[in-house]
Design a protein around this ligand. Structure first.
Ligand code: NVA
Length: 335
């Protein structure tokens, strides 16, 4: 079996391996690039590989890269990179052959996949950055946009308390890692079977102790909602889980974010949702369209934060320092 020499490449697979100061650097870079067309990504080509649908991630990131002078290439049927859930990557050739060829022409890969392992395998091979555009475990691009939205709304130095209502999967996981690293407090409420498991709870408690925030979870929304600055929810049925809809919805019925829930959170509580939202299921129209809803700012910031992230990874003049930890993690994978 062959072994490929690991590369010292900066990948962005999750917020786990990025420090508080690296995350804040990406957010500051996003803000400074927000209203510029400075061509820091000139001659940079980013290949988009999407196994699942996307609106905000594809369009927000594509506009960001275009504004900074870079180029986006979408996979298409004749470029058989990914075939979806059952055949997650090309069955035409070994992944390493595909990735090493792509690296001859492109400067980064932006991939939305069913299995996080596909990303770690790509990252272990790839001499160009691999960026997670969502997998079943993480959605770090959404977390960056949400952290920026929170700083835009409450101020950069103000610690806030956010309660996530719903399913403890990709969006909640990345958001909690980012929030806790930046010193915020997070609470979770959802059905027990869909709450954070002990390893995630331990990880969040460690981050809270290190950075001065806190983490709690409860199946009872009334227990955690009071005192929240923000109430956040995500779809109860994630992409690829459609066959579980009936079973899951029976558990999630008490967790719809409605006006009563917002009142319980507090009179000034703001609402956030990563979207796509299922109005009338996890959230009501009244909450989505209320003046305290931040959903449009979140959507706008998907573009703004993508500028900061891709500039950090691809524009050395932006001064982003790589994480030695993530390099070690990538090196640990032997092919
Ligand atoms: N949890 C959702 C997030 C969509 C942005 C999903 O994985 O489908």
């Amino acid at each position: 079996m062959s072994t490929i020499k690991p590369h010292k490449t900066k990948h962005f697979l999750s917020l786990t391996d990025f420090s508080a100061s690296q995350i804040q650097h990406m957010l500051d870079l996003s803000t400074s690039l927000q209203n510029t067309n400075e061509p820091v990504l000139k001659n940079k080509h980013v290949l988009f590989i999407f196994e699942k649908p996307s609106l905000r991630t594809v369009l927000g990131t594509e506009v960001a890269i275009n504004q900074l002078g870079g180029h986006v290439i979408h996979t298409k049927p004749e470029i058989m990179l990914s075939k979806g859930k059952d055949v997650p990557f090309s069955s035409r050739e070994a992944m390493k052959d595909t990735i090493m060829n792509v690296a001859q022409w492109c400067e980064a890969i932006f991939a939305r996949v069913y299995d996080h392992q596909t990303l770690t395998e790509m990252a272990a091979i790839s001499p160009i950055p691999v960026v997670n555009a969502l997998c079943e475990k993480h959605h770090p691009m959404q977390a960056l946009a949400d952290l920026l939205t929170i700083q835009n709304t409450f101020g950069k130095e103000t610690p806030v308390t956010l309660t996530f209502v719903g399913d403890a999967n990709n969006v909640a996981h990345s958001l909690f890692e980012g929030m806790l690293k930046l010193g915020h407090s997070v609470k979770f409420t959802g059905p027990e079977a869909y709450s954070f498991k002990p390893d995630a709870v331990a990880h969040f408690n460690t981050l809270a102790a290190m950075h001065g925030g806190s983490f709690i979870q409860s199946v009872n929304p009334e227990e955690v909602l009071p005192g929240s600055d923000i109430v956040y929810t995500d779809t109860f049925i994630s992409m690829g889980e459609e066959h579980l809809a009936e079973e899951k919805l029976a558990h999630f019925f008490p967790y719809q974010v409605n006006e009563k829930m917002m009142q319980t959170a507090g009179p000034d509580a703001m609402f956030m949702h990563c979207q796509p939202a299922h109005r009338g299921v996890e959230v009501t129209d009244e909450v989505m369209d209320h003046p305290s809803s931040l959903i449009q700012l979140q959507a706008k910031n998907r573009m703004v934060s993508s500028k900061g992230l891709f500039a950090a990874l691809l524009a050395p003049e932006c001064g982003f320092e790589t994480s030695s930890k993530s390099e070690k993690a990538a090196e640990a994978i032997t092919l």
